[in-house]
Each structure stands twice: as structure tokens, then as C-alpha cells.
Design a protein around this ligand. Structure first.
Ligand code: NAP
Length: 336
């Protein structure tokens, strides 16, 4: 069986996912494209030699009879509208993060999905599909290091453009930690605080960089995440779990160690696309398989909502300097 996919948004990640679904993964083909810029769809279709229909309206693509599943990879503020339309059309939808730009927008999707009585939404949180995070979770669940007490994490990018703002450090960058750490610990956040080290001279005048987000979970685990988006040296993701009887660290990406010129070295990645390239493949293959099996199991609309609630609290904490409480409603049975 082959899943016919329609893609809305043919920008950076859209093109990557179109290439995956048409050339790398199994049992899928891209049959429909839409972007606000039609020429972009034509370019992508030509570059990848796709036999795909190009739609001027995202809603016409969603409702096209031959489109069985929809990938939403357009600009964040459009996600809610397109995901709600896919649910209404009874189609499975993979939506890149954020599910919606507000927690209320995510809740609208949760409510629509529950009203339809069937899980149709997977959110593009790919880190739970990364082999390193999966191995780390296995160690935690084995009990080898006891209960997790503290997590020390870092999310570092070499540099960001001038349009990157201080709150985007939460909504675009930390959002991945907000999702994956909740999944790793099987726990929810109860408070957030943001503290500010000395600012780097490499950040633009309007950007506060680096910043440290302090989170507390319902079970009492304390998490610090350093977000440093002009670190210069590489794209570097760190996660160390301190347990009652040991420490577990996220493995480094595989890289050859060299001895030359009187130095022992290992290269550090600089491109975020390469750091999680396998995880993107695994997450989308899982989506395709699950849609064909008629049972979605990946990051859900509820997970998108939970990350958005925590992100809102972190942005409020950035602004106030206070410890901000995070209140999550109980998880509905639909998402257990
Ligand atoms: P991008 O390069 O700007 O691509 C977005 C595309 O959507 C652009 O071609 C844009 O057209 C188009 N678009 C905007 N409004 C539209 C509409 N109403 N209908 C149809 N198309 C529309 O951005 P990106 O980097 O690919 O990011 C897209 C989404 O993926 C974002 O939500 C981002 O947060 C997410 N993302 C996730 C990851 C991850 O690691 N999971 C990584 C990267 C991005 P114009 O350029 O003409 O506006």
C-alpha cells in the first residue's frame, strides 16, 4: 500500500520532507503541493521529478480526493487553520512544530480531534525518534541510575539572523527540549524561570543571548537548559541526567576522531538539519506506517498543547523575571 501525501509549504523543511517522502521512505508518494508562492512548488516538483498536482489553495489540496494525508510545513501562524481543515476533512495530518502559535490554538485542535473521535494529528517533534534520546530513555527506564534528580541541558547554534528575537529562543529553539524532556521523564512541568548570564558580543542589539531556563517537574526533577544561539563553534545539543545512583548522558553524534598536527580532534556539526537527519526519516516513516495501519502513535496534539503551555510560561518568565507556575489540565483519556 502507498500513502498519497499532499504538502502545504515548500520552504526549507517542506522540501526536505518532500524529498524524504518521495525518494527515501517506503510506501509514500507526494501527489499534491501548495505554497503561497506557486513558483516554489513548480521548482520543487521539477527538481525532484515529481508527478504532483499543484494547488493554489491549501484547502483544495486538503479536500482533494486522492490526498490521503497532509503534511503542514508552512509558516507557523498558518498551522492551526490547516490542521483544523484536515481534521474536518477526515484526513491524517503531520504538522511541523508549532502545532499552533498559542496554547489556545493547540487546544482548539485537541478539541476538534476529540470531537471527531479519532487521532488524526502527529506533531513534528522529531527528537523522540532520535536513537540517542531513545537510548537515554531506555537507561532511565531500566532503573540503572535510579530516579532522575537533575538534568543539565544545552541547545547551542553557531549563529542566528537579525530577525531572531529573544522570545524565539523559547518558541523556536527551547520548544524541542520542552517536548523531548517531558517525554524522556514521563513527567509534566510545574514551573519555569529564566535567568540571564552576561550577554555575548556576537548577539544582535535586540537579542538577549545566552539565557538559562530553569524548569521544575511535577515529580520534583530540576532542569536547567542553556540556550546559546550565537555560540560560534557549532550546533551542539547536550543532555545529562543526574540520577540517585549514576549519571546518563545523551551520546554525541558519530564522528571520526583524528590525531594530526599535534592535536586529538573530533569535528562538531554546524548544521541542525544534519544533527537529526535520521530522526526526521524515522518520524515520517512512523507517520506513514501508522496512517496506513490506521493508528497514530507519535507526538500527539496533546503533546503539542503541553509544549505550548510550557512555552507560554517560559516567555512570561523571560518578561517578568519571576518563577512562573505552569498548570496543565489533566490529560484526557483520549490521549492516554
Ligand atoms: P520557510 O523556509 O519559511 O518555509 C515556509 C513555507 O511556507 C514558505 O515557502 C512560505 O512561503 C510558505 N507559506 C507561508 N504561508 C503560507 C500559506 N498561507 N499557505 C501555503 N504556504 C505558505 O520555513 P521552514 O524553516 O521550512 O519552517 C516551516 C515550519 O517548520 C515552521 O513552523 C518551523 O518552525 C518548522 N520547522 C521545524 C523544524 C524541526 O526541527 N522540526 C525545523 C525547521 C522548521 P513564503 O516564503 O512565500 O512566505
Amino acid at each position: 500500500m502507498t500513502l498519497n501525501i499532499g504538502v502545504i509549504g515548500t520552504g526549507a523543511i517542506g522540501r526536505e520532507h518532500i524529498r524524504r517522502c518521495s525518494q527515501v521512505l517506503q510506501n509514500s508518494r507526494v501527489v499534491a503541493l501548495n505554497d503561497i508562492d506557486r513558483r516554489q512548488c513548480e521548482e520543487v516538483a521539477a527538481a525532484l521529478q515529481l508527478q504532483a498536482e499543484i494547488y493554489d489553495s491549501a484547502h483544495d489540496l486538503i479536500n482533494a480526493p486522492d490526498v490521503q494525508a497532509v503534511l503542514v510545513t508552512s509558516w507557523g501562524p498558518t498551522h492551526e487553520e490547516f490542521v483544523l481543515a484536515a481534521i474536518k476533512a477526515g484526513k491524517a495530518v503531520f504538522c511541523e512544530k508549532p502545532l499552533a502559535v498559542t496554547a489556545q490554538g493547540c487546544m482548539n485542535i485537541v478539541e476538534a480531534e476529540m470531537a471527531g473521535g479519532k487521532k488524526r494529528v502527529q506533531v513534528g517533534f522529531m527528537r523522540p525518534y532520535d536513537s540517542g534520546y531513545r537510548a537515554l530513555k531506555q537507561v532511565l527506564e531500566s532503573g540503572e541510575i535510579g530516579a532522575p534528580l537533575m538534568l543539565h541541558c544545552a541547545h547551542r547554534n553557531p549563529e542566528v539572523g537579525d530577525s531572531y528575537t529573544t522570545d524565539m529562543a523559547i518558541t523556536d529553539t527551547l520548544i524541542h527540549e520542552l517536548d523531548v524532556l517531558r517525554w524522556l521523564l514521563n513527567d509534566d512541568y510545574v514551573s519555569a524561570q529564566v535567568i540571564w548570564p552576561r550577554k555575548t558580543r556576537h548577539a544582535s542589539s535586540h537579542l538577549k543571548d545566552p539565557q538559562i531556563v530553569l524548569l521544575e517537574t511535577a515529580q520534583g526533577t530540576r532542569i536547567d537548559v542553556e540556550i546559546f544561539v550565537n555560540c560560534q563553534y557549532g550546533y551542539d545539543i547536550q543532555c545529562e541526567v543526574v540520577g540517585e545512583s549514576g549519571i546518563a548522558r545523551l551520546p554525541e553524534p558519530v564522528a571520526v576522531q583524528t590525531r594530526s598536527n599535534a592535536a586529538l580532534s573530533v569535528a562538531i556539526l554546524t548544521d541542525w538539519k544534519k544533527r537529526f537527519i535520521d530522526a526526521y526519516d524515522v518520524e515520517l516513516q512512523a507517520f506513514i506506517n501508522n496512517v496506513l495501519a490506521d493508528e497514530l502513535t507519535g507526538p500527539s496534539a496533546w503533546d503539542g498543547y503541553a509544549a505550548a503551555v510550557a512555552a507560554d510560561a517560559c516567555v512570561a518568565a523571560q518578561k517578568s523575571g519571576d518563577i512562573v507556575q505552569i498548570t496543565m489540565p489533566p490529560r484526557p483519556a483520549f490521549y492516554q
